[in-house]
Write a protein that binds this ligand. Structure first.
Ligand SMILES: *Cc1c(COP(=O)(O)O)cnc(C)c1O
Length: 356
């Protein structure tokens, strides 16, 4: 094992089909019934998937408005993060990540032997802009990864602040990786129209969250010609499988289905917010943060105890219980799932009221 990899731990995920899953920010229902599975019967599974990935990129281009030549599809955006790290990072290069943010950025940087610099978000989870700009100038990071909206805080950073980061990185030959996994919940990306105006900006999108296709593993990288050309040299040629590409293509060719689906999810997000608002009012010191995603973060000291309590009641949520963050993250579910969540949270807050 390489020295740089010592201390890494597996990203453990237990299969838990009997649980209410509010822990992974996935969509709460499957759109497979909108897909013509008859088409799949004719799939050439003995051939490498060149045509199907091309069709997928074309469909995503039409759906998103990005030119197809500026899109690379990946086996989830997770794979694209790996490819970006492989393309840009020499051992010892400096990479900036925010804290808290999506953990895969740091992991992939570490695997490449880069030196990771974590910069804490402000207490309200806004960007520490002055600090970031100063550190970019002195430490000259090769890459800065950030998710916007942020996972796990739900916060959406202002366009002007992201622009400042891009300019500062430009001065030191650094690149911003702007991961917009949750952008559909937040509205339009201010960078959709101007990604190609920047020499040093890469957008990441995924079909895993608002589009409800996490199992298919479909992600998209969008960047200018030069970056696409470079990254294409190291991308595995058949990284997106035919079955996923075909199902993804069909759904992307039905934007009405996806738009309707987004509305259904946004309604559930509003319902979840109401449930959680009611909950935090009863818990001293608990704070619910506004969200531009399909999940909410609640800062609270008893984060782990609450997650364990819900787990016993077959509701799985995500918790953070370290020096950086004590919080739970809960993603939107169906009405039935929300009803069960509400009941369990009420039970917990009654117990809590008796304890204090
Ligand atoms: C879920 C998530 C992803 C992962 O997307 P895949 O396309 O499923 O690999 C990427 N970035 C962020 C911030 C996420 O929360």
């Amino acid at each position: 094992m390489r020295k740089a990899l010592q201390g890494l731990v597996p990203y453990k995920v237990k299969p838990e089909s009997d649980m209410i899953r509010l822990d992974n920010n996935e969509a709460f229902m499957s759109l497979l019934s909108s897909v013509d599975l008859g088409n799949l019967q004719e799939t050439l599974i003995h051939r490498y998937p060149a045509e199907s990935s091309e069709a997928l990129v074309n469909a995503y281009g039409r759906f998103s408005g990005f030119p197809v030549d500026n899109i690379i599809a990946g086996n989830g955006s997770d794979e694209l993060i790996t490819i970006i790290a492989q393309y840009f990072l020499d051992p010892g290069d400096v990479v900036f990540v925010l804290e808290p943010d999506f953990s895969m950025y740091e992991k992939n940087a570490v695997v490449m032997g880069a030196e990771v610099n974590r910069i804490s978000l402000n207490d309200d989870f806004s960007l520490p802009l002055e600090k970031l700009l100063a550190e970019i100038e002195t430490k000259k990071p090769k890459l800065l990864f950030l998710s916007n909206p942020n996972n796990p805080t739900g916060q959406f950073y202002p366009e002007a602040e992201i622009e400042e980061l891009i300019s500062a990185l430009r001065q030191v030959d650094g690149v911003l990786i702007l991961d917009e996994a949750y952008i559909d919940f937040a509205g339009e990306s201010p960078f959709a129209k101007k990604v190609f105006q920047h020499e040093n900006l890469i957008l990441l999108r995924t079909a895993s969250k608002a589009m409800g296709m996490a199992a298919l593993r479909l992600g998209f990288l969008i960047a200018n010609d030069q970056i696409i050309e470079g990254i294409s040299c190291i991308k595995p040629p058949y990284n997106v499988n035919t079955v996923s590409a075909q199902i993804g293509t069909q759904l992307l060719e039905n934007p009405n289905v996806l738009d309707q689906f987004l509305l259904v999810q946004l309604k559930q997000v509003a319902e979840l917010e109401e449930i959680l608002n009611e909950f935090v009012r009863k818990i001293v010191g608990a704070k619910l943060f506004p969200s531009h995603t399909n999940f909410f973060l609640i800062k609270m000291n008893d984060a782990k105890a609450l997650a364990d309590f819900l787990y016993e009641r077959k509701i799985k949520i995500r918790f953070f219980n370290d020096d950086v963050l004590k919080a739970v993250r809960i993603s939107a579910g169906t009405e039935e799932e929300h009803a069960k969540l509400r009941t369990a949270l009420n039970e917990w807050s009654e117990m809590y009221a008796k304890r204090i």
